[in-house]
Ligand binder design. Structure first.
Ligand SMILES: Nc1ncnc2c1ncn2[C@@H]1O[C@H](COP(=O)(O)OP(=O)(O)OP(=O)(O)O)[C@@H](O)[C@H]1O
Length: 630
């Protein structure tokens, strides 16, 4: 039996060896093929990287490859068409990639195929090695690529607004530039300002030719909202007050209007205003604008001063996410909080404007921020048109910001043309649900904000209308008073250089309030949107209180100086006389010391309260920090 078995084994062995050898050879061949394929891929990557480098694009070759393959199958852009009938026009502009971004090996991750904009976010699979891109597409009224110049953008987005105000029916037109810091808002707005200058005067010139003299006067005002302050950019950054008159008209008290008789006058004014803006260097931009700049072009009847049309060009402050502000100092944080609050309010006001006329009159929460308050007539006028230009950076490292910008712009319009996710429909549904929830929470926050603003509004009771009051719209136009050159002021009313602002806010919170707040935040543990509203409110109070504290400090110094003089005189009197009343001297000195102590006490109380508010802001911003605020 054993023998037979061994004979059988002997017969089988050569066959088994062959099979194994064949299998080994097969494996080796496959491995070799894989090795060759890998080498080919490596070579191809090197060639692609070299080509990218020659094109000035040193970014990640795999991601760039994915984006390029996606672009091969993307639809071609549709030609732009003039849409003068649009009440609200939302568009996106992509700027070219900058040399700074190229140096950082960023790659272009945005594709614009009008009217679509697609963001290609670079991702890694769970294995941590395999690279892929996630594509999110959005549709707008227009989208402009890096190859389209400002003229092209102007023609389809702002020219309809210029035409609208030139009709002379009192139309209010507004163009906003919105976007992440460094994405091209100021670049776009300054280009638009130049084109507006030329077109308005050309059109008025034509009218003049036709009608033998145009009765329209062009005036310009330019102001900024920075933090809680409103400042005239054409009048030495003079502080301005925003007031609401008896008729519910919002007036920027003290704002100067200057007449421009030709494009050159106009641009001189606008350039001066742009130079006076508040800027700071940020990661993304060496001269980041931290204020909302509002350049208003008013067409008035030269005879009656009636407002025939108003165009507001608004260069919004750079938007940043809450998380970016974490590492910032308090000033940057409070700036960002104010910016977020106003952008949130702006979105709601434009949405309300959009829904007016379609679903009845919607409530316009224009009092939720100073930005929306000063632009009230743009949201509430029956004759209003708005354009929003969302600017985006193409760099891959800005993808999250870009998505935020596009989502904001998408939500601004009530009847969205919409975001079309290329991912599964399920994702779309989830996104839609989240959007509705966000919108619900935002509306709630706006309501809360609005209610609080109404409760402790700092506006004085509406004044009784009596004759001329301010340089804004209801003022009859007064003939221009010649100034230097051909520019002249349209308003002769000069605001006081330094206005003492009386804060009507509640007394500054004590440190026990802060401790209470601290413990309640700690105990609640959860992040509520009301924290965001509370933070915004605290920041508002800080702005107001800062002003009051500075004024108080100033008056304390003045009063102390007066007391010092009084003290000196008292000493002189005493030293100069041989026969003096020591009782009288002691009484007078006591009186001086008491007044000094009173001054110090008053200042130190105010300071204590102010520091309490700062602490409050710090606690709240830590709590809110990681949450996107709008
Ligand atoms: N379409 C464009 N074409 C060429 N360069 C552009 C374009 N848009 C922006 N830039 C350049 O990008 C840089 C940043 O632009 P800009 O200052 O306009 O950004 P911003 O959005 O206004 O930033 P911030 O909010 O910080 O003020 C500038 O150097 C500008 O010249």
């Amino acid at each position: 039996m054993n023998r037979r078995l061994s004979v059988n084994n002997d017969q089988n062995r050569p066959q088994g060896i062959d099979k194994t050898r064949q299998a080994v050879e097969q494996l080796e061949a496959e491995r070799e093929a894989r090795r060759r394929a890998m080498q080919n891929r490596k070579k191809a990557r090197e060639v692609a990287a070299q080509k990218n480098l020659e094109k000035g694009n040193p970014g990640d070759v795999d991601f760039i490859g994915h984006v390029e393959s996606w672009r091969l199958t993307s639809p071609s852009p549709s030609p732009h068409s003039l849409s003068s009938a649009l009440k609200i026009c939302i568009c996106v502009r992509k700027r070219p990639i900058s040399s700074k971004e190229i140096k950082k090996k960023d790659h272009d991750s945005i594709t614009v195929t009008n009217p679509l904009v697609t963001v290609h976010s670079a991702k890694l699979k769970v294995d941590g090695i395999t690279k892929y891109i996630e594509n999110n597409s959005f549709k707008f009224d227009h989208s402009f690529s890096e190859f389209e110049d400002t003229h092209e953008l102007y023609k389809y987005t702002t020219w309809p607004l210029v035409e609208f105000i030139l009709e002379g029916k009192g139309g209010r037109a507004t163009a906003f530039a919105y976007g992440q810091t460094g994405s091209g808002k100021t670049y776009t707005m300054s280009g638009i300002q130049k084109m507006v200058a030329t077109d308005i005067f050309t059109k008025l010139g034509e009218e003049e030719g036709r009608c033998k003299g145009s009765d329209t006067v062009v005036t310009v005002s330019f102001f900024e909202l920075y933090g809680g302050r409103c400042q005239d950019l054409l009048n030495e950054r003079c502080r301005l007050k925003i007031l609401e008159d008896g008729k519910g008209e919002v007036v920027v008290q003290g704002l100067e209007e200057y007449q421009a008789s030709n494009p050159s006058d106009f641009l001189t004014l606008v350039d001066a205003g742009n130079r006076n803006r508040t800027t700071h260097a940020t990661e993304a931009n060496d001269t980041s604008s931290r204020s909302h700049a509002i350049c208003q072009i008013l067409l008035r009847s030269s005879e009656t001063g009636r407002l025939k049309g108003k165009l507001s060009l608004v260069d919004l402050a750079g938007s940043e996410r809450g998380s970016d502000t974490k590492s910032h100092n308090r000033q940057r944080r409070t700036e960002s909080s104010e910016i977020n609050k106003s952008l949130l309010a702006l979105k709601e006001c434009i949405r309300a404007l959009d829904s007016n006329g379609t679903a009845g009159k919607a409530h316009v929460p224009y009092r939720a921020s100073k930005l929306t308050l000063v632009l009230k007539d743009c949201f509430t006028s029956a004759l209003a048109k708005t354009t929003m230009i969302a600017t985006v950076s193409p760099s891959s490292s800005s993808c999250d910001h870009t998505l935020n910008t596009l989502r904001y712009a998408d939500r601004v319009k009530e009847k969205k043309v919409g975001e079309i996710s290329s991912a599964a429909r399920r994702e779309l549904e989830i996104e839609d649900k989240a959007r509705k929830e966000r919108s619900r929470l935002e509306k709630r926050e706006i309501r809360q904000q609005f209610n609080q603003d109404v409760e402790d509004d700092d506006l004085p009771p509406p004044p009784k209308p009596k004759g001329r009051k301010s340089s804004q719209s209801k003022v009859p136009y007064s003939p221009p008073r010649p100034q230097s050159g051909s520019l002249s002021r349209a308003s002769s009313k000069s605001p006081p250089r330094k206005e003492r602002i009386e804060s009507k806010s509640s007394a500054p919170s004590s440190s026990s309030d802060v401790d209470l707040l601290h413990s309640s935040l700690q105990s609640s543990g959860s992040l509520a949107l009301s924290d965001v509203a509370l933070l915004h409110k605290t920041v508002d109070r800080i702005f107001e209180e800062e002003e009051t504290l500075l004024n108080l400090h100033m008056s304390t110094i003045q009063e102390s100086a007066e007391l010092l003089t009084l003290e000196g005189k008292l000493l002189q009197e005493v030293q100069g006389k041989e026969d003096y009343s020591i009782d009288d001297y002691a009484k007078k000195l006591e009186d001086i010391i008491e007044r000094k102590l009173g001054l110090i006490e008053r200042l130190s109380e105010r300071l204590k309260g102010f520091r309490g508010m700062l602490k409050e802001e710090e606690i709240l911003s830590q709590k809110v920090g990681s949450m996107p605020s709008y």
